[in-house]
Ligand binder design. Sequence first.
Ligand SMILES: Cc1ncc(COP(=O)(O)O)c(C=O)c1O
Length: 580
Amino acid sequence: MRASTPFACPGRCARRGAAGQSTGIEGEQLGAGPGVLTHRRAAYFQDASDASPSLALGQAKLLERPSVDTRRSAGGHKCERRVTTERQQQTPYLEALCEYAERQPARLHVPGHKGGPGADPGMLRAFGERAVSLDIPALTHGIDVGVDPTPFEQAQRLAAEAWGAKRAWFLINGASQGNLAAGLALAHYGSEVVIQRNAHSSAIDALVLSGLRPTFAAPEVDPELGIAHCLTAQSLERALEATPSAVAAWVISPTYFGAVADVAALAAVAHARGVPLVVDEAWGAHMAFHEELPDHALSLGADLVISSTHKIVGSLTQSAMLHLGHGADGPGGAGLIGEDTVDRAVTLTESTSPNSLLCGSLDAARRQAAVHGRELLGKTMAALAKAREQIRGIEGLDVLDDRLAGRPGVFAYDPLRLAVDVRGVAASGYELAPMLREIDDINLELYGQNVLVAVFGLGERGLPEAARLVAALRTAVARVGLDPVGAGASFAAAPPWGELVMTPREAYLGAQEVVPAAQAAGRIAAESLATYPPGIPNVLPGERLTAETLAYVQNTLELGGSVRGASDRLLHTVRVVVEK
Ligand SMILES: Cc1ncc(COP(=O)(O)O)c(C=O)c1O
């Protein structure tokens, strides 16, 4: 018996899961198969750093079943908080990787570095020998092939249990892959979809790949802040009414700025029309682990949830998860969205060589969130509350916080983002961000004309970074001074989007030409223009370009932002459709 290493990696993706049929969270599935404990020389033991007694998965499933407690959210929706079980202390996939590396097998397989001997010494020094030794390919016996459920399958099932999903898929190409897979899965059911306009650019890429014709539902725009919040149930209702053949409703919650949608109401609207609710919860993977955080989408009836586990929960960059809700293809929502369909779409959108470090980090991050998340999040939230108070105390600055809740399109607020409203100082966010870098090497997640967004992770116990941010903001504001008129100014709102003349796929794949941006107004875009951050498309393939939008994108570039999706990142030219 040996203790597991302090990190874990849940393995290869859908193509593995496809073999293991059952992916539910019930104990009998988690521990299924007498071979689980015999084909390996030891049962899976929890990390030595965890105080509670070691327990094999098979034993765990006999001793306990996941329990839940319930509470009511601000809006009165009943939700579930899953109570940590002993088996959540385990990291079967990470453990299997470690076991493989430690026994020094003959690695007559890829990758060419052979776990270390073939690696460049500089890479070994930088990454550490251990990390390179754990870079183990897919289809390795005892890790993701062998007796079912393999450690990889077990790890995914633990993730499903932790988030309350029917099934969870590990993704190795971020939540972006989750959006691509969602689009491809939905295209099996029809050709139209209702989608929130401020979808991430990867969701728009999903429209290009899938051929789905979108009906865009406008999010609420904050009249004071000028930023897009979430979709209301009424807006979704109207969009679905206008799109009777829609195969799904696809929304975003939380937003980049921390606004959380009334997912229960959105789910009710979608389900009343017999379509699944897909929630891009890229920014909300942590919300399942603390009762003071807004309820997470799966607990409120979402059917397919895209989760960017790396963003706040802390798996390695590019690792993410896709969760299927319990009602999605079960008795309550028969046929809304099928597990096998999603599985196939995940496979289609991933490499055949999924990175074991990414997957292992998902296994580990799941354990940390499930076992220690409540405590860690509690500390982070307390430190952030203090930082918010201090920033509010700096003249000229304000912060976005739960005062937003209750505004149209904001059901609740996720406090893990620290969004600073800089309208009251005599410098834009574009000017302040480099200043903060220069003052104390402060590197932000996002900045725009009127807002700076700092992101905090689940495991930031002491949060010295928050104190650094506050101090640097104080210095920066003292340097630039106040803007007495700016305090009343609103966030720059993007202009209305142009008419959708053809599907994103038709425009993307059709005959195209490149024209000077100055001559592009009135043409049909063949590419997206999404000012970035935060990557929300201003123009989508298939839409008619307007002079106003082109000027807005150009202005963002001049202010120091960037544009994603454009073939000419400086927007001197635009790729447009050749109209017959
Ligand atoms: C709403 C939303 N969805 C999806 C993504 C893509 O996430 P990832 O970077 O994990 O691919 C992002 C990234 O910022 C996002 O904001």
